[in-house]
Design a protein around this ligand. Structure first.
Ligand code: PEP
Ligand code: CO
Length: 453
């Protein structure tokens, strides 16, 4: 029997990874204020994204989900713009290679909460609560900075609104016009072999556009060329916040979590009887769930049944993050099992989170080669199982950081300290992100060539 759902029903389950808010009066007051705020996204937009993801599930589109590991309340407009530029560049590369639409979803405008493997962090003699993302506390190592402040929930909402406003302006207001494809190549990325390769591709796009214009097509009137559909997503971790932004759609009567278009459940909070599955099963947004190396067939099929009992295409995206050394063994049985149930799933590879390790100098890092290797293993596994590799999920920034090793610049351990800026996990820099897009483009075009021959 399916138990009844309401926006609070998760409160009867165990909710892992929730902060300890010390001031419960302030929390209540903040949640009430959040509940009175306008929605950040609209139900109709979430429905559109579900349809686009349904196409990805069928192999008629490809999902590019990318952005920061942990967004900062302080990130500048330039930094947000550069992140968007890299994602738009990557999307162009993938669209060109795959000959199909790329569904663009940012880890942006709400990716403020982080699950942690330990509740506390110890430095020397001092033990303090772990940093849980700007929605909860601050990254600095002092008692006041690490205190969970309910007011941050409201700051997160305001920050998400401002970021989303910028994203909407950039993607609708001419910046994303395909005739400006060259301008997305910001200086730092352009000055690299990948940037040059991108420039050549942008030149080909220019020529195609000129050809269309010469044929009498008025490009300025084609909204598909001068606007980009860009969606937001984040890990729905802090359930107080997500509940407060959940609204009933006046058109359909369905509930939507209006904090983002797409929400995902993290690897640490995907328990079948847990609060996160309970909360998200009741909202109609498209949902993601991370699937790590310990996930069993029962776990994965159980997640599909809990989140998508009606087997709606585009509703569930499973984001596998196995590690390059495990994916070829662990993924195929899951693909076979889900296929046998007939559950429609967008299978996506997150090649970042299974490949994190600590370098000798203490920096958390990932190597570009493992990232590419996990992606290759992902495509191989799908080919073998006869299932669809529907997209990729990455942590990146447009900034010139040195957080992941390898790539075109062949960053080594000694480079890490130079520009290690992340508050949480190591991100690909703009060059490395574009490089990943070219590698995936190569795999996709090889596959379509061999399918055609
Ligand atoms: C993340 O995506 O930042 C994350 C914490 O991932 P996972 O839940 O897969 O560990
Ligand atoms: Co991360």
């Amino acid at each position: 029997m399916i138990k009844t759902w309401n926006p609070q029903s998760w409160r009867n389950r165990t909710a892992l990874q929730q902060p300890t808010w010390l001031d419960s009066g302030a929390l209540e007051q903040t949640l009430k204020m959040l509940g009175d705020q306008p929605p950040l996204v609209f139900a109709g937009e979430a429905r559109d994204l579900t349809e686009k993801l349904a196409a990805a599930a069928r192999g008629e589109a490809f999902l590019l989900q990318a952005g920061d590991c942990a967004e900062s309340f302080e990130s500048s407009a330039d930094s947000i713009r550069d992140r968007l530029k890299v994602i738009l560049q990557m999307a162009v590369v993938l669209t060109y290679a795959g000959g199909m639409p790329v569904v663009k979803v940012g880890r942006i405008a709400g990716q403020f909460a982080k699950p942690r493997s330990s509740d506390t962090e110890t430095q020397g003699e001092i033990e303090l609560p772990s940093f849980r993302g700007h929605i909860v506390n601050d990254v600095g190592f002092s008692e006041s900075e690490r205190r969970a402040e309910p007011n941050r929930l409201l700051m997160a909402y305001n920050r998400a609104a401002a970021t989303l406003n910028l994203v909407r302006a950039f993607t609708r207001g001419g910046f994303a016009d395909l005739t400006r494809v060259h301008q997305w190549n910001q200086e730092y990325v352009a000055d690299s072999p990948q940037g040059a390769k991108y420039e050549a591709l942008a030149g080909e796009i220019d020529r195609s556009l000129q050809f269309m214009q010469a044929c009498g097509i008025d490009l300025s009137r084609e909204s598909s060329l001068n606007e980009v559909e860009f969606y937001t997503s984040h890990e729905a971790l802090i359930l107080d916040y997500e509940e407060a932004l959940t609204r009933q759609d006046s058109l359909t009567g369905d509930w939507y979590d209006c904090s983002a278009h797409m929400l995902w459940i993290g690897e640490r909070t995907r328990q079948l009887d847990g609060a996160h599955i309970e909360f998200l099963r009741g909202v109609k947004n498209p949902l993601g769930c991370k699937i790590g190396p310990t996930a069993t067939v029962e776990d994965v099929v159980g997640i599909c049944e809990a989140l998508n009992p009606d087997k709606v295409e585009g509703r569930v995206t499973l984001i596998t993050r196995m590690g390059a050394d495990k994916i070829r063994d662990n993924l195929p049985p899951l693909l076979e099992a889900v296929k046998a149930t007939g559950h429609p799933v967008v299978w996506v590879s997150d090649p970042m989170h299974g490949n994190t390790y600590t370098a000798a100098d203490g920096h958390k890092t990932r190597h570009f080669d493992s990232i590419v290797d996990e992606l290759a293993g992902f495509f191989e596994s799908h080919e073998k199982a006869g299932t669809i590799a529907g997209g990729i999920h990455l942590e990146l920034t447009g900034d010139a950081v040195t957080e992941c090793l390898g790539g075109g610049d062949d960053l080594v351990d000694d480079d890490l300290a130079r520009a290690y800026e992340t508050m949480c996990d190591p991100r690909l820099n703009g060059r490395q992100g574009l490089d990943v897009a070219f590698r995936v483009a190569e795999i996709i075009s090889q596959r379509s060539n061999s399918a055609a021959s």
